[in-house]
Design a protein. Structure first.
Length: 403
């Protein structure tokens, strides 16, 4: 058996060796402050400029439109809160989707508490947003539309270019959380028609704790952090030079290999999904079958719990994750799966396999060999037997669980 198979790349990726090699000199020799005028500062400044140019090249924008942050969460917060503060005199309405990452949805919850009105658009059974609904939801007081590029749980890719065209026609700023897509599928900002786009280093073989926000020239948002005026006044704080260099290297590699890696992963993903559907009775694929990230395979095995499956998969050396984040022992299933109309009882049985650069065909065969018997065993022990699908949170809470 392979010692361990990592199929959780949507949670985080390993740092590529070339990325680490590019970062190390910025800890060891070139540790200057990019704001300093002397040669130590200049060398560090060159590292930051390299990272900015690399990110701009992948997104098809100018380096001046890239603002480095402390990760995807901070980029989302800066885009949303920064736009809200800049535009609140024009209106206090924001449009989003029901399936956003918490970095977006909880930020909007905070604005709602301060009196903003948030319209969260529904998705269909495949997890897709209908662009026409965005158009219909735009009002004269709409300050921002924020809709994710691809969902982190089910991998569904939204029609961002179409939504962006509608926003542009209406003169409304459009932000997309592209943390799951940058470096994996094309994300040129002019093709996507976006005004702001968030990305994160650690989802594309770069370091954790560094990300970026693209802000289109002419879109003027307010900063969240005040201080020395770094990042053209939008993100004060001495730059994370090694992180920015690492992010630059990571996007450079991802851009160069996307054309070969995306189809390779899509083929392995389909092999996994088809194989699981063939081997596991009462299994469903969550999310659209083709409008999805090349590396994302999410399934539900009905009548059992995701967590129990994950523990047994881990024991078999397979690292996967649950679409339904059972945070702090709560039984609440994923808001994404519920928004897709999946009943509570089924939404508990979800597992996400997210493939990556190191994933091989042998890994997929191993999962196809190990996972079906795990499902069979758990079903034999499960209180959620056929016909017992519970439809509401209350019924679900009453059913016996084995945590
Ligand atoms: N948005 C999406 C869609 C994500 O998947 C993640 C990752 O967890 C984030 C935002 C947050 O990014 P970070 O972990 O860099 O803060």
């Amino acid at each position: 058996m392979p010692s361990s198979i990592y199929l959780d790349h949507a949670a985080t990726t390993p740092v590529a060796p070339e990325v680490l090699a590019a970062m190390l000199p910025y800890f060891q020799e070139s540790w200057g402050n990019p704001s300093s005028i002397h040669q130590f500062g200049r060398t560090a400044q060159e590292g930051v400029a390299y990272g900015r140019q690399a990110v701009a090249t992948l997104l098809g924008c100018t380096p001046k439109e890239i603002y480095f942050t402390g990760g995807g969460t901070e980029a989302d917060n800066l885009a949303i809160l920064g736009a809200a503060m800049a535009r609140e005199d024009m209106g206090r309405h924001i449009i989003t989707s029901a399936i956003e990452h918490h970095a977006v949805s909880h930020t909007l919850d905070a604005l709602a508490k301060r009196g903003w009105e948030i319209t969260a658009l529904p998705v269909d059974g495949d997890g897709l947003i209908d662009p026409a609904q965005v158009g219909a939801a735009i009002r004269p007081d709409t300050a921002l539309v924020t809709i994710m590029h691809a969902n982190n749980e089910v991998g569904v890719i939204q029609p961002i270019a179409e939504i962006g065209a509608l926003c542009r026609a209406a003169g409304v700023w459009f932000h997309t959380d592209a943390v799951q897509t940058v470096g994996h599928i094309p994300t040129r900002v002019d093709d996507l028609n976006v005004d702001m786009l968030s990305l994160s280093g650690h989802k594309l073989y770069g370091p954790k704790g560094v990300g970026a926000l693209f802000i289109r020239r002419g879109v003027r948002i307010k900063p969240l952090l005040y201080g020395g005026g770094h990042e053209r006044g939008l993100r004060s704080g001495t730059e994370n030079v090694p992180g920015i260099v690492g992010l630059g290297k990571a996007v450079e590699i991802a851009g160069a290999e996307m054309d070969s890696e995306a189809p390779r992963l899509a083929q392995l993903r389909d092999m996994l999904l088809d194989g699981l559907l063939a081997r596991i009775p009462d299994a469903i694929v969550t999310g659209h079958r083709t409008q999805r990230l090349p590396n994302s395979a999410s399934v539900i095995a009905k009548y059992i719990e995701g967590e129990a499956m994950l523990l047994r998969l881990d024991f078999a050396g397979i690292a996967a994750s649950s679409g339904s984040a059972c945070t702090s022992g709560s039984l609440d299933p994923s808001h994404v799966l519920l928004a897709m109309g999946i009943p509570h009882g089924f939404a508990h049985g979800s597992v996400r396999f997210s493939l990556g650069r190191d994933t091989t065909e042998a890994d997929i065969h191993y999962v196809l060999e190990q996972f079906p018997p795990i499902v069979e065993l758990l079903r034999a022990m499960s209180p959620f037997r056929a016909g017992m699908e519970c439809m509401s949170a209350a019924e679900c809470a009453e059913a016996p669980h084995h945590h």
